[in-house]
Design a protein around this ligand. Structure first.
Ligand code: ADP
Length: 497
C-alpha cells in the first residue's frame, strides 16, 4: 500500500488522512438497521467489479444526519475500516475562510488527494457549513465563498466516472433542513441515513461496547448495573454514554478501587446529567430560586401529563436534581405501533407550553428565565409539524417538509394558523393549570422537599385534588369542536391509576 503517512504531512493541514481507520461495525452499537444498510455498501465497495457485472453500483455519496455525538463520524470510519480503504477527513467549517477562492481550492485538494489513493473514502463533517442552501440569508457572511465551495463539491461528485474505481463521499450534518437540495440529488448524496438517539436497548448495547475495557466485579453485576444506567439515561447520545463509563472509571481510580461499582456509575450518571447543558461541573448546589422554578415547571408538566395521558408513553417520574432547558420528566420508551389522532397532536402542543405558562403565571411575564425558553420553541415546532405534515388542519392536505418549501402567501397562511394553534394551546394550558392549581402546588412542595416524585404519587395527587372550574377555550379550526367533544369518553382512553 502507498504510504499515506507522508501525505498527512505534505498536504494541507485541514485534511486528516489515515491509511485505514481500524474501526469496525462492532464499535458502533444500537440502531442495527443502519449497520445493515452500510454493510451492503461495504460489500459493494469490496467486490466492486463483481457487482458492476450485475449492474449494481455503489452510491457516490452517503449523508448521515442526526444530533452531535450519535456516532456519525464513527460510522464513516467503520465503513473505511471494514472495507480496508484509506480515509480522508475534513470539516465543512475549515473550507470557509475569509480569503476568496480558498473554499473551492480546498475542496479540490481534498478530492485530488482521495482520488490519488482510490478506492478511498472522503468524510466531510459539518457539511452544512459549506453546503447550505444558496440564496438564503447570509448568516455570518462569506456567502459567495461558501457557494463556490459548494459548486466545487457538486462538480467533483459529478466528475467521478462510475466505471472507474470509486471514491465514496460521506457527509455528516445535524441540519439536514438547511442543505442545498442540489447536494441531495441522484448521483450525489443519494443515500440519506438518519442517525438518531439510541433506544433503551441501544443504550445498553452502547454501554457494553464501552465497558469492554473496564473492570467489573462479575459479568452478572456488570449486566445489572449497565441495565440500570441504560434505563435512567433517556435522551443520552453514544458520546454521553461513553463519558459516563469513563467518568465512572476515573472515580473508581480516585477511590483506589479495583472494580467499577454502582455508586461510581450513578455518580457519573448524575454528573453527566448535571453538565448536560449548563457546563458547570460539581454544581450540586442549585440556588433556591432556580429550585423553586424547576419544581413549578416539573409540577406543571406532570399535571398536563395527567390531563392528557399518552397511552403509548406513560411517564415514570420527575425530579429537580438537574438543571436542563427541557423538562426532567421521564417516560416509558414508546414501543410497537402508535395510533395518533389529531387531538393527540394538538394535546402535545398544549403540553409543550406548560413550562412557559406556569413560569409566566407564577413569576410574571417580565420575570421569565431560561428554563422555560425552549418550551415556546418546542410548542411552535410541534404545531408546525401538525399543520405542514399531517394534512389534518384547515391548512390543507398537502405535505411540506418545512416552512422553507412554502411560497410567500402560504407562509403567511401557516403563520396565521400556527398563531391560532399557539393561542389555543397557551389558553388551554393555562386553563388546565388553573383548574388543577392545587395539584400543581402539592407536587411542587413534594419536589422541593424530596427532590423527586414518582408517577403513582403524581396520579394520586392529581385524582384527589380539588378543582376550580374554568370557562371553555374556543377551538382552532373546523375540526376543533369535535376534537374536544370527549376527552376520555369517545376515544376510550382509560386513566391509569
Ligand atoms: P458525531 O460524529 O455524530 O458527532 P461521533 O462519532 O464523533 O459522533 O461520536 C463520538 C464518540 O461517541 C464515538 O467515538 C464513540 O466512542 C461514541 N459513540 C457515539 N455513538 C455510538 C454508538 N452508537 N455506539 C458506540 N459508541 C458510540
Amino acid at each position: 500500500r502507498r504510504a499515506l503517512g507522508s501525505l498527512g504531512k505534505s498536504r494541507a493541514k485541514f485534511i486528516s488522512a489515515e491509511e485505514t481507520t481500524g474501526v469496525t461495525f462492532n464499535d458502533f452499537a444500537g440502531q442495527e438497521y443502519i449497520k445493515r444498510e452500510l454493510q451492503e455498501i461495504v460489500r459493494i465497495l469490496k467486490n466492486e467489479e463483481e457487482f458492476q457485472d450485475k449492474g449494481i453500483y455503489c452510491p457516490k455519496g452517503v449523508l448521515l444526519h442526526g444530533p452531535p455525538g450519535t456516532g456519525k463520524t464513527l460510522l464513516a470510519k467503520a465503513i473505511a475500516g471494514e472495507a480496508g480503504l484509506p480515509f480522508f477527513a475534513a470539516n465543512g467549517t475549515d473550507f470557509v475562510e475569509m480569503f476568496v477562492g480558498v473554499a473551492a481550492s480546498r475542496v479540490k485538494d481534498l478530492f485530488a488527494s482521495a482520488r490519488s489513493f482510490a478506492p478511498s473514502i472522503i468524510f466531510i463533517d459539518e457539511i452544512d457549513a459549506i453546503g447550505s442552501k444558496r440564496g438564503g440569508p447570509d448568516i455570518g457572511g462569506g456567502g459567495a465563498e461558501r457557494e463556490q465551495g459548494l459548486l466545487q463539491i457538486l462538480t467533483e461528485m459529478d466528475g467521478f466516472k462510475v466505471s472507474t474505481s470509486q471514491v465514496l463521499v460521506i457527509g455528516a450534518t445535524n441540519r439536514l433542513d438547511i442543505l442545498d437540495p442540489a447536494l441531495l440529488r441522484k448521483g450525489r448524496f443519494d443515500k440519506i441515513i438518519r442517525v438518531g438517539l439510541p433506544s433503551k436497548d441501544g443504550r445498553l448495547a452502547i454501554l457494553k461496547v464501552h465497558a469492554r475495557n473496564k473492570f467489573f466485579r462479575s459479568e452478572e453485576e456488570k449486566e445489572t448495573l449497565l441495565q440500570e444506567i441504560a434505563e435512567h439515561a433517556e435522551d443520552f447520545t453514544g458520546a454521553e454514554l461513553q463519558n459516563i463509563l469513563n467518568e465512572a472509571g476515573i472515580l473508581t481510580a480516585r477511590k483506589d478501587l479495583d472494580y467499577i461499582g454502582r455508586e461510581e456509575l450513578l455518580e457519573a450518571l448524575k454528573r453527566q446529567k448535571g453538565t448536560f447543558e449548563t457546563g458547570q461541573e460539581d454544581s450540586t448546589e442549585i440556588p433556591e430560586e432556580l429550585k423553586l422554578r424547576l419544581a413549578y415547571r416539573e409540577a406543571a408538566v406532570a399535571v398536563l401529563a395527567c390531563y392528557f395521558p399518552d397511552p403509548y408513553r406513560p411517564f415514570t417520574e420527575t425530579d429537580i436534581n438537574s438543571i436542563r432547558s427541557q423538562p426532567n420528566m421521564r417516560y416509558v420508551e414508546t414501543s410497537g405501533r402508535v395510533f395518533k389522532r389529531k387531538a393527540d397532536y394538538v394535546n402535545s402542543v398544549v403540553c409543550a407550553c406548560a413550562p412557559r405558562v406556569i413560569e409566566e403565571e407564577m413569576f410574571g411575564v417580565d420575570n421569565l428565565c431560561w428554563i422555560s425558553a425552549k418550551a415556546t420553541l418546542e410548542a411552535s415546532r410541534l404545531a408546525e409539524i401538525l399543520i405542514l405534515q399531517t394534512g389534518m388542519t384547515a391548512f390543507g392536505k398537502a405535505y411540506y417538509r418545512n416552512m422553507n418549501d412554502l411560497v410567500p402567501n402560504l407562509a403567511a397562511k401557516l403563520e396565521a394558523l400556527r398563531n391560532e394553534y399557539m393561542r389555543f394551546a397557551v389558553e388551554k394550558c393555562s386553563s388546565v393549570l388553573r383548574e388543577y392549581h392545587s395539584a400543581v402546588e402539592t407536587i411542587t412542595d413534594i419536589l422541593l422537599e424530596k427532590g423527586e416524585i414518582r408517577a403513582d404519587e403524581i396520579w394520586d395527587i392529581y385524582t384527589r385534588a380539588p378543582r376550580i372550574s374554568q370557562p371553555a377555550v374556543s377551538p382552532v379550526d373546523e375540526y376543533g369542536a369535535l376534537m374536544y367533544a370527549g376527552r376520555w369518553g369517545i376515544h376510550g382512553i382509560s386513566l391509569p391509576g
